[in-house]
Structure formats: C-alpha cells, structure tokens
Design a protein around this ligand. Sequence first.
Ligand code: NAG
Ligand code: NAG
Ligand code: NAG
Ligand code: NAG
Ligand code: NAG
Ligand code: NAG
Ligand code: NAG
Ligand code: NAG
Ligand code: NAG
Length: 614
Amino acid sequence: MTHAGAGYVVSLLFLSLLTLDVEASDSRQPNGETVSVPVESIRCPAPCVCSYDYNDDYNVFCSSRNLSRVPELLPAGVRMLWLDGNNLTTMQSGAFKNLSALDFLNLQSNQLASLEQHALHGLKSLAHLNLERNVLKFLAPNTFLHTQSLVTLSLNNNYFAKIEDGLFSGLSNLWYLNLGWNSLMVLPNTVFHDLPNLRELVLAGNHLVYLHPSLFLSLAELKELDLSWNSLRGIKANVFSTLHKIQKLYLNHNQISTIAPRAFYGMKSLRWLNLSHNRLTSMFDDTFVGLSSLHVLRLYNNSLTSLRPRIFKDLQFLEELNIGHNKLKLLLERTFEGLGQLESLSLNHNYIQEIRLGAFSGLQNVAVMNLSGNCIKVLPEHSFKGLGKLHILHMENSCVSRIKPQMFSGLSSVRRLFLQRNEISIIEDQSFTELQSLLELDLSSNKLTQLSARTFMGLDSLFYLLLSSNQLQVISPEAFRPPQQLQWLDLSDNQLRSLPDDLFLTLTHLRYLNLQRNFLKSISVDFLLRHLPLQQLWLSNNSWDCSCSLKELRDFSLRNATVVPRVVQSISEGEDISTIIYTYNNITCVSPPEAFDQDLRDLSEEHFAACPST
Ligand SMILES: *[C@@H]1O[C@H](CO)[C@@H](O)[C@H](O)[C@H]1NC(C)=O
Ligand SMILES: *[C@@H]1O[C@H](CO)[C@@H](O)[C@H](O)[C@H]1NC(C)=O
Ligand SMILES: *[C@@H]1O[C@H](CO)[C@@H](O)[C@H](O)[C@H]1NC(C)=O
Ligand SMILES: *[C@@H]1O[C@H](CO)[C@@H](O)[C@H](O)[C@H]1NC(C)=O
Ligand SMILES: *[C@@H]1O[C@H](CO)[C@@H](O)[C@H](O)[C@H]1NC(C)=O
Ligand SMILES: *[C@@H]1O[C@H](CO)[C@@H](O)[C@H](O)[C@H]1NC(C)=O
Ligand SMILES: *[C@@H]1O[C@H](CO)[C@@H](O)[C@H](O)[C@H]1NC(C)=O
Ligand SMILES: *[C@@H]1O[C@H](CO)[C@@H](O)[C@H](O)[C@H]1NC(C)=O
Ligand SMILES: *[C@@H]1O[C@H](CO)[C@@H](O)[C@H](O)[C@H]1NC(C)=O
C-alpha cells in the first residue's frame, strides 16, 4: 500500500467524523491565528464534499462523480484533491494552476489518454500524484517540470510503451515511482539518472527484455526494485552493482535462463531475492557472491538440474531457501555448506533420486525441510545427521520403499514426519528409535502389511499416528506399547480381519480411533470401558459378526452415543457455497443371518438374550 492509499483511509474516517459546514470555516482560528484563506474561495465545488482533516488541511472529495472535467472554483488552499473514478479524458493546461498548496492529487481510474503539456502547472507543493489505471500512452518530457516536490508518482496500469528520456529529471525528492503493468519494452539508459532519492521502483508487469548496465547506476538510495512479470532473458554482470542499499529485488516471472557470474556483487544490503518462475538451468560457483545480507532466496519453478557444492557458501544469513519445482536429480555432498542460519529448505517436486552422505552438512539450524514429490532411491544411513534443530520433515510422495534403522538418525528434534503416499512396504525394527520428540507420524497410503512389536520403538512422545490406506493384516499385540501418549490413531482402509485383544489397552490417552473399512468381525471392548478420554470411535464398513461377542460393544455404543456416533455432520467451505457433509458410522452386521444388514445398535435385547452376562 502506498502512502497515498493509507491517507485515503484516514481522510475518509475523518470525513465521516467531522463533515464540517464549510461556511463556518471563516471562524476557525487555529492557535489564535487568523485564517489566511479568504472565505469566498473556500466554497466547496458542486458535486464534491469538502472537509478539514485533523491537520486543519482542507480536502476536497470528488471521487466517482461522473465528472468529465475538473470542477471549477477549487479553493486555493486545498491540500488534498480526490478526482479518482471519474470520466476525465484529458487534462487541460492550467487545470490546477491556482492550487499551489495542493499536496495530494488522486486521478486514478479515469479515462485519461493525455495530459496537456502544462496540465500540472502551478502544483508547486504537490507531493503525491496518482495517475494509475488510466489509458495514458505518452507523457511529454517536461510534464513534471512544475511539480518538483513530487515524492510519490504512480503511473502503473496505463498503456505506456515508452518513456521519454528526461521525463523524471529534476524530481530529486521522488521516493516512490510505479511504472508497473504498462507495455514497456525498453527504457532510455538514463531515464532514472536524476532520481537521487528514489527508494522504491516498480517496473513489474511490462515487456522488458534487457536491462542496460547503466539503467540503475545512480539509484544509490534504492531499497526495493520490482522487475517481476517481464520478459527478461538473462541478468548481466554490473546491472545491479551500485545498488548498495537495496533490500528487496523481485525478478520472478521472467524468462531468465542465465545469470552472469557475480551478477549480484555489490548488493550488500539485499535481504530478499526472488528468482522464482524463470528458466534457470544452472548457476555458477560465484552466482551469489557478495550477497552477505541475504535472508530469503527463492528459486522455485526453474529448470535447475544440479547444484554445485558450496554454491551458497556466501549466504551466511540466509534463512529461507526455496528450490522447489526444479529438475534436480542428485544432491552432492556439501551442497548447502555455509548456510548456518538457514531455517527453511524446500526441495519439493524435483527429480531427486540420490542424496549423498553429507549433502545436508552445515545446516545446523534448519527447522523445516521439504523433500516431498521426489523419487528418492538412494538415501544413505545418517543422511540427516547434524540436523539437530529439524522440526518438520516432509518426505511424502517420494518413492520411499523401505524404512531402515539409521535412516533418521540424528533427528532428535523432529516433531512431525510426513511419509504418506510412498511405497513403504517394510519398516525395519527400531527404525524410529532416535525420534524421541516425534509427535506426528503420517504413514498413510503406503504398502505396509504388518506392524511388529518394535516398529514404533522409541516414539515415546507420539501423539498422532496415521496408518490409513495401507495393506495391514497383522499387528503385533505389542505394536502400540511404546507410543503410550498416542491420542489419535487411524487404521482405516486396511485389511485387518482381527485385532489382538489387548492391542489398545496401554493407550490410555487415546481420544480418536478409526477402524473403518477393514474386515473386522469382532473387537474386544475392554479398552473402551477403561479409557475415559475416548471421544470418537469409527467402525463402519467392516464385516461385523453381531453375535454375543459384540454385545458389549452394542451396550457401550448405546450408552455412549457421542463416542460412537451414527452420523456426524461437518461443513465443507467451498468457493461460494458451503455444503454439509454427513459421515456415517454404521455398524452394519454381516452375520449371523438374522442380523444381516442391520445396525448392531438396532438389534433387540432378545437377540442377545442367550448370551452369557458380563
Ligand atoms: C454515474 O453514471 C452512472 C451511469 O452512467 C450512474 O449509474 C451513476 O449513478 C452516476 N453516479 C453519480 C454519482 O452520479
Ligand atoms: C484562478 O484564480 C483566478 C483569480 O482568483 C481566477 O480568475 C481563475 O478562474 C482561477 N482559475 C481556476 C482554474 O480556478
Ligand atoms: C463514467 O465512468 C464510469 C466508470 O468508468 C461509468 O460507469 C459511467 O457510465 C461513466 N459516466 C459517464 C457519464 O460517462
Ligand atoms: C516470490 O516467489 C514466490 C514463489 O516462490 C511467489 O509466490 C511470490 O509471489 C513472489 N513474491 C513476489 C513479491 O513477487
Ligand atoms: C512454472 O512456470 C510455468 C511458466 O512460467 C507455469 O506455466 C507453471 O504453472 C509453473 N509451475 C508451478 C508449479 O508453479
Ligand atoms: C512442502 O510440501 C508439501 C507437499 O508438497 C506442501 O504442502 C508444503 O506447502 C510444502 N512446504 C514448503 C515450506 O515448501
Ligand atoms: C459411557 O457412558 C457411561 C454411562 O453413561 C459413562 O459412565 C462413561 O463415562 C461413558 N464412557 C465414555 C468413554 O464416554
Ligand atoms: C460402506 O458400506 C456401505 C454399505 O455397506 C456401502 O454402501 C459403501 O459404499 C461403503 N463405503 C465404502 C467407502 O466402502
Ligand atoms: C447408514 O445408515 C443410515 C440409516 O441409519 C442409512 O440412511 C445410510 O444410508 C447408511 N449409510 C451407509 C454408508 O451405509
């Protein structure tokens, strides 16, 4: 949001608070001084609304009044003038010539196709000029000759195909210049040479193909440069080298395929560099040399096929590195060396097949790592060693077929481990023993057939365990002995025919248990009777044998209808409509024949009359 935008909100607020009677203004004598503006000139022009703001500045609001010309008799002392959203098509010479006190002029969203040469004549004090969203194609070189106090100038969303050299000359107070979303293909080499105080320059959304080395040469105070959404093909050396104070550089959404070595050298204040959505295939050893303040580097959605070891070595303050959606196949040893402050590393959706031992060395502060959407075939033991601060590891959808001991060694701080949608058929015993801090483990949509007594050994803090959509047939009676803190267990969509009687007995914190869509005939309810915290038990789509063995389940379900609900309603928020979703929890009996297709809870007492009492 620009300065002008913030002012708009404030002014409107005051407008509604103190819509002053303008005729009364002659008696206003702030600080006992005489008001210098003659009464007759403070008349409010016809379709507009006028008011004093909290600074005692006189503001005229003529927004969206269908005006096709600037109202006459604007009071000479006016400080802010709003003419946005009208039907102005051209601006005549001298239109504002009496408004020497005007500070802010908003002309956005008109149909201005041209400004006559002296249109802005007289606006000696004008600091903020907003011309965005018009249909301007051209401005004469001396358009701003009489508005040398300008601080912000918005020319974005017009139809400029070229900018005259010298258009901005003399605007030595200009801080903010927005030329975004026009049709610029080239810029005169010296067009920005007279803007010694420019802080923010927006050139996004044009058709720029090439940046001349002298284009930004004199912008010594520039802090932010937005070149995104252009057609840049490459970045040459020295284009940015004098921008010593720049903090943010956006180059995303271009067609950049090459970056010269040391292209960013000299940008020693740069904190944020966005190179996402380009066509980079490779980078040099010294591509990032000199970026000693960089905090965020985005290389998302390029075509990088490899990363040289130590390519990021100069980025000692980098906190976020995103190389997702590239074509990396292999991570070599020492790739990320030097990134001692890195906290977030995204490598998702590459073609990574092999991770060499030592690839992640030096990343002692990484908290989040995303390796999802790869096809990792080679992951040596101890690959993650040294990542002592890692909290979240994404490895879903990555062709992992077997979990081995030492695979996750060193990850003593990991809280959440995402392994869903892989091809895991085997978890070797004690593979997770070092993950003492793990709270959430997602193994859903894999090919697991069994869980042994030692599969989850060491997971003493585990809270969520998701095992749905596997092929589980056998679960050891001791499988859930170690994760005693478990509160959420999802075993739905497996091939379980029976469960060991005491399987859940030690899970005294269990709140949610899902057994839907298995082949279960019966279940022991001892744990249900003992575990008060259980809040939801899902049982539908099994092969329930509704004979005596399920009598206790029936009694429990009837007594505790909220724990074993028949149906649960939830709301799914869509684009514009939200729909109610019903999730059924029918305990449909498959046998004996007289109970077939009935819900266990609907069977009568007589049906169980012959059962031994408990
Ligand atoms: C502007 O003109 C349009 C139709 O051209 C009309 O709907 C709208 O009410 C007018 N606005 C004002 C403020 O007169
Ligand atoms: C400027 O002020 C002069 C003298 O007060 C007046 O005659 C003229 O109409 C004003 N011009 C505009 C454009 O308001
Ligand atoms: C003025 O412009 C607005 C929006 O661009 C449009 O809706 C309106 O019809 C125009 N009014 C006239 C009188 O041309
Ligand atoms: C920077 O890149 C990301 C993608 O990594 C993109 O989503 C984002 O909009 C970009 N930021 C800016 C300010 O353009
Ligand atoms: C990557 O960029 C291309 C072209 O710029 C775009 O079509 C594609 O949708 C982007 N892919 C992602 C995942 O953002
Ligand atoms: C990591 O990948 C997952 C799945 O592809 C995605 O949902 C998530 O937003 C990614 N996170 C980051 C930080 O890239
Ligand atoms: C089930 O209902 C009984 C009796 O109403 C109650 O004592 C018990 O606490 C409930 N159990 C659970 C797990 O809510
Ligand atoms: C669950 O069972 C019901 C009735 O037996 C059947 O209509 C439904 O398709 C099943 N749902 C799934 C997901 O298998
Ligand atoms: C569950 O039972 C209800 C009746 O209680 C029935 O309307 C619904 O179709 C059943 N749903 C499934 C999936 O079996």
